[in-house]
Design a protein around this ligand. Structure first.
Ligand SMILES: Nc1ncnc2c1ncn2[C@@H]1O[C@H](COP(=O)(O)OP(=O)(O)O)[C@@H](O)[C@H]1O
Ligand SMILES: [Mg+2]
Length: 159
């Protein structure tokens, strides 16, 4: 179970004319299993909210809190946030010719855990993760995002 809780969040962005307040008291609670779509006019601060949660350096939280299961997200570095599961997904992920999905996933898992996954169980774990999102295990041998459809890129991202 995970809960992301945003309380009375105020954020300013650095502009040429100095800091400008964009978010003026955002409240949002996202519980395990929920999907939230944030909609609003251009320039209303949707991207600013996402950047602020992810830890973009241009955006300064002046007051309010963001917690994940009670832990202070704003006190975490960007990579700590990512490891906790908070990161921005790219609309158009880059293709990486020469890097196989299998290699990419293994490197990512090693970065998260601080040690390489056990070879004995690794292949089985990858296949299981792929089956969960209905991704053909044959993708393990393909290059990251190369020639993937939009949906296949998203499945790979989730894996
Ligand atoms: N780096 C920046 N420099 C100047 N203004 C910015 C910057 N980032 C965001 N803003 C301003 O903050 C407001 C909110 O932008 P944004 O969060 O991108 O809105 P949305 O994603 O809802 O369209 C806009 O007025 C935008 O011009
Ligand atoms: Mg935006």
């Amino acid at each position: 179970m995970s809960t992301l809780e945003i309380k009375d969040l105020h954020v300013t962005v650095e502009t040429e004319d100095g800091p400008k307040e964009i978010l003026k008291g955002v409240n949002l609670t996202i519980r395990d299993g929920e999907t939230h779509a944030i909609m609003g006019p251009n320039g209303s601060g949707k991207s600013t909210l996402a950047y602020s949660i992810a830890g973009h350096p241009k955006y300064t939280v002046t007051s309010g809190t963001v917690t994940l299961d009670g832990a202070d997200v704003l006190a975490m570095t960007v990579d700590e946030r990512a490891r906790a599961g908070l990161f921005l997904a790219m609309q158009y992920p880059v293709e990486v010719p020469g890097v196989s999905v299998a290699n990419f996933l293994r490197t990512a898992k090693t970065a998260i855990d601080g040690e390489a996954p056990k070879l004995r169980t690794w292949a089985k774990d990858v296949t299981a993760a792929m089956e969960q999102v209905k991704m053909d295990p044959a993708f393990a041998q393909r290059n990251v995002n190369e020639g993937f459809s939009g949906g296949e890129k998203k499945r790979h991202e989730i894996v």
